[in-house]
Structure formats: structure tokens, C-alpha cells
Design a protein around this ligand. Structure first.
Ligand code: ATP
Ligand code: MG
Length: 151
């Protein structure tokens, strides 16, 4: 069934409060008061949790994280931006491979599965994922889903 993406995102951000580092503030930015979306809420929650927890994990205390939602008639784009360690250029093409971890994460725990799962779940629901990242500056992950699908 369909649900409101704005409210849904608010609750995801609230739930993730517990794993934030000191001073990390997650700002939700959106223009529309409500966006009806027809997706599997469990899969979407998993996707958002993974991306926001990466933003937390790969950035330091007091660094801002933004969660931006932009919708047009046809699409919604969710952007999760951090001011963290970024991804080295030589690792950019491998980020979605299972078990892949960039070479600047040696002292940060992880299995390298999160993004692979995020990509599979996103594509399973007709969406797409991209990202941009600069080493020691930060990263933004973009997920896009079509809107107004026949219900
Ligand atoms: P887990 O399976 O527990 O999520 P992980 O975080 O290492 O482990 P992914 O979420 O798949 O695995 O991410 C893969 C790799 O991509 C990470 O190891 C890290 O090198 C890089 N990465 C992902 N998100 C970010 C980010 N926001 N900033 C910097 N590097 C990131
Ligand atoms: Mg991860």
C-alpha cells in the first residue's frame, strides 16, 4: 500500500538517533508537506537505515548529515549527504560489489555488504542509486524512485 515518505523518513531518522555520534545532527529537508509513495516499506527502511548508518559511521563527531527529499510529478529523489572521510578515486567503481570496502576504512568496522543490498533492494522496486564522493570532504548517495505508479 502507499504511505507518506516524509513521515516515514522522520521516523527512520528518529529510530537511528541511538547510533549517532556526539554532535551529529541529521537534518530532513523537503519542500512538499507529503509525498505518497507506493513501495515496500520494509525494504525502503532497510535502504535508508543502511545509507544513514554509513553516513554516521564514515563521518566524525559534530559533522552534519542531511537527508533531502525532492519530488517531481514523476520521480522522487532521496539524497543522503555527509561530511565524512569520502571515498578514494580508485575505489569509486567498486562500491556496490559485495564485500567491497574502500582502502580508507581500515579502522572502521564493516562487512562491505550494506551497499550491495541497498542497490539490489532499490532496483527490485524499480529505483536506481548513484553517488558522488570526494576524499576527506564527504559523500552523497542518491536514490531515485518513480512516482504515480498504478496502484
Ligand atoms: P556493512 O555491510 O556493515 O554496511 P560497510 O559499511 O563496510 O559494511 P557498505 O555499506 O557496503 O559496507 O559500504 C561499502 C564501502 O563503501 C565501505 O566499506 C566504505 O569504504 C564505503 N562507504 C560507504 N558509504 C560511505 C560513506 N558515506 N562515506 C565514505 N565511505 C563510504
Ligand atoms: Mg555500511
Amino acid at each position: 500500500s502507499s504511505f507518506d515518505l516524509i513521515n516515514f523518513s522522520k521516523s527512520v531518522i528518529e529510530e537511528i538517533e541511538g547510533i549517532k555520534k556526539d554532535g551529529q545532527i541529521i537534518s530532513l529537508i523537503h519542500q512538499q508537506p507529503k509525498i505518497d509513495i507506493y513501495l515496500d516499506s520494509k525494504l525502503l527502511k532497510h535502504i535508508l537505515f543502511n545509507l544513514v548508518s554509513n553516513a554516521i559511521k564514515y563521518s566524525e563527531e559534530n559533522k552534519a548529515i542531511t537527508f533531502k527529499i525532492q519530488a517531481t510529478e514523476q520521480h522522487v529523489i532521496i539524497e543522503i549527504t555527509d561530511q565524512g572521510i569520502g571515498i578514494p578515486k580508485e575505489d569509486l567503481d567498486s562500491m556496490f560489489q559485495r564485500f567491497y570496502r574502500a582502502n580508507n576504512t581500515t579502522n572502521i568496522q564493516g562487512t562491505g555488504l550494506g551497499l550491495n543490498i541497498v542497490k539490489q533492494y532499490t532496483e527490485l522496486m524499480g529505483g536506481s542509486i548513484t553517488f558522488k564522493s570526494e576524499l576527506n570532504v564527504g559523500s552523497t548517495f542518491f536514490i531515485e524512485f518513480p512516482l504515480n505508479i498504478e496502484k
